[in-house]
Design a protein. Structure first.
Length: 152
């Protein structure tokens, strides 16, 4: 899959203009020539130049805005790519209700099963991994993880 330089040029130009406008609102430091908005403004000007160069190059090449690769013709490969964002959305929506450990077990078991088609081994590996991650972050590092209905 190839996305045209025109698209990335426009994205970079819009982003740099946003940063330039926002950096003007950052406070200045008393007694200094350069305030806290100097570096973001300087970086935004550099990014603006890169965006303009990409846009000009894309217009000169007259390429298509989007060219899909051969893998997009395979529904299985497209589903494999969509599985990761779907897992993240599932985690965000469900973790507060189920808790960290059950959510990770369900999410990762499904992902491994989808890619390898071995349910029992994916469930075993996922359960062991989820418990290790939970113990490390919750008990050793003292990071608060969502407890859910189990209260873990």
């Amino acid at each position: 899959m190839k996305i045209s330089d025109r698209v990335f040029g426009v994205i970079l130009i819009c982003f740099s203009i946003f940063v330039l406008i926002y950096s003007r609102s950052l406070p200045s430091l008393p007694g200094y020539k350069y305030g806290s908005g100097f570096f973001p403004s300087f970086s935004a000007i550099f990014i603006l130049g890169c965006g303009i160069l990409l846009l000009v190059r894309g217009v000169r090449l007259k390429d298509k805005l989007l060219v899909l690769g051969d893998w997009t013709k395979s529904p299985t490969l497209v589903a494999n790519i969509c599985l990761i964002p779907a897992s993240v959305i599932f985690y965000i929506l469900v973790v507060n209700y189920l808790g960290f450990v059950p959510t990770v077990i369900v999410m990762t078991t499904f992902t491994i099963w989808w890619l390898r088609r071995r349910f029992v081994s994916s469930l075993v590996v996922t359960t062991i991994s989820a418990v290790i991650v939970y113990v490390f972050f919750s008990k050793i590092m003292l990071v608060p993880l969502p407890a859910g209905f189990l209260g873990l």
